[in-house]
Design a protein around this ligand. Structure first.
Ligand SMILES: Cc1cc2nc3c(=O)[nH]c(=O)nc-3n(C[C@H](O)[C@H](O)[C@H](O)COP(=O)(O)OP(=O)(O)OC[C@H]3O[C@@H](n4cnc5c(N)ncnc54)[C@H](O)[C@@H]3O)c2cc1C
Length: 375
């Protein structure tokens, strides 16, 4: 893959866009798109070349997710989480775990998901409270994860759990077929991102060997900070920048196509021109910040963290603001759902509450910029 953004745009036009409306209307996971993501090699974007993957990193992750989100926010979000989970294994997995999971991704088109959030700790997902008891050769788990995107469709779920070392956590891989794992599928009724299948995962006496732990005992925090945070937060920047760009496309095309009886267009009205310009400015700024943040993260720049946090905050706010303006431009047709604008706005609302929420990130940004500790 040489031009990941363009190849992802082309892929999305053929294999994602045709299903976007249906997965929202039927609240259906984008299975067809995921099958093709496997067939066309996008699921292995981050798998190292020696394991048969493309060996790409943060910049290409951001580009692929951005391009997919310009066609479907839900598919982009599910794909983004797969990449984040995969990257934990790339950076911290044992050789045995890498061989097992990467071959399933590369050869069988399997994908991964993140089962991190809990009902209790909510947006502070890095403080897991499920029980993990070390029993000889096994660790036994009990508890519930609250919102697991791609539930039952993904083959592997990354689970954060307390470590035997006081105050530390571990990042585990739970295979889908593990005994004691069940999903409450009927629970998902999201305002937007309706194809996500983000439902609770119940963990009842699940017993796993240490080989399913990613990295050293107690290394979960370090993985959350150095891998999950950059890939997840930048990825969310891409999801919501792409959603905002999609809104621009819909609103600007509609404003040109909508004709009045005298033959003039909606786009001939100055106020509408200003709205279209504002949507474009917000969407383009979010995209630019996100791609710049991804480059800074990939290069290990000193200000990478601040850029990544800022990009994700700006992108999720931009998507909501672009959506509100696009609804105005779309008038009665947008309100009556003849345009996809209302779906895009519903999708955009997930941006401000997905963990770590925009409110939490605003605090973290201030801390990062003033040299203070971030949890
Ligand atoms: C579409 C979608 C998909 C998801 N997919 C997944 C997934 O795949 N895996 C997963 O693990 N989770 C997932 N989640 C869960 C999500 O990321 C959050 O963890 C969850 O929504 C938090 O829920 P809560 O209401 O309990 O948050 P709460 O902790 O109750 O927070 C509610 C609000 O309070 C405010 N707040 C809380 N604490 C602070 C603070 N310290 N400072 C400032 N403000 C604060 C924020 O405004 C926050 O939005 C998903 C959520 C959505 C919407």
């Amino acid at each position: 893959m040489n031009n990941v953004y363009q190849e992802s745009k082309d892929f999305a036009a053929t294999y994602i866009l045709p299903y976007t409306e249906m997965i929202d209307q039927e609240s259906k996971f984008p299975e067809e798109a995921f099958k093709e993501l496997g067939n066309k090699g996008f699921l292995k974007l981050l798998v190292p070349e020696e394991f048969g993957g493309h060996g790409k990193g943060l910049v290409e992750h951001a580009e692929a997710v951005l391009a997919f989100a310009e066609s479907c926010s839900t598919t982009a979000l599910c794909y983004m989480m797969h990449n984040v989970a995969l990257m934990c294994i790339v950076t911290h997995g044992s050789e045995e775990l890498k061989r097992k999971i990467f071959s399933d991704v590369v050869e069988n088109g399997k994908f991964l998901a993140l089962a991190y959030s809990e009902f209790g700790t909510g947006t502070h997902f890095y403080n897991p409270e499920i029980q993990a008891q070390f029993n000889g050769d096994y660790t036994k788990f009990n508890g519930t994860k609250s919102m697991v995107t791609s539930a039952t469709y993904a083959s592997y779920y990354l689970v954060l759990a307390p470590s035997v070392e006081e105050g530390k956590i571990n990042n585990w891989v739970f295979p889908l077929e593990t005994e004691g794992l069940s999903f409450e599928m009927s629970n998902w009724n999201g305002l937007g991102m309706r194809g996500n299948s983000s439902c609770p995962m119940h963990i009842e006496n699940v017993a796993l060997e240490a080989s399913y732990r990613i990295g050293e005992e107690g290394s979960g925090q370090e993985q959350v900070f150095n891998v999950v945070a950059p890939f997840f937060i930048t990825g969310l920047g891409s999801v919501y920048s792409g959603t905002a760009l999609h809104m621009f496309d819909v609103a600007s095309n509609y404003s040109v196509d909508r004709k009045y009886p005298d033959g003039s267009s909606l786009s001939n009205i100055e106020t509408v021109q200003v709205h279209i310009g504002t949507i474009y400015k917000n969407a383009a700024a979010a995209r630019a910040l996100t791609l710049d943040a991804a480059t800074a993260g990939a290069n290990g720049d000193a200000d990478a963290l601040a850029k990544i946090l800022a990009a994700r905050i700006v992108a999720s706010e931009a998507a909501i603001e672009c959506g509100k303006l696009a609804m105005r431009v779309g008038g009665g047709k947008a309100y009556n759902k003849a345009l996809p604008t209302e779906r895009l706005l519903r999708d955009a609302y997930a941006g401000q509450i997905m963990a770590p929420s925009a409110d939490v990130l605003n605090v973290w940004l201030g801390k990062a910029l003033t040299g203070q500790m971030i949890p």
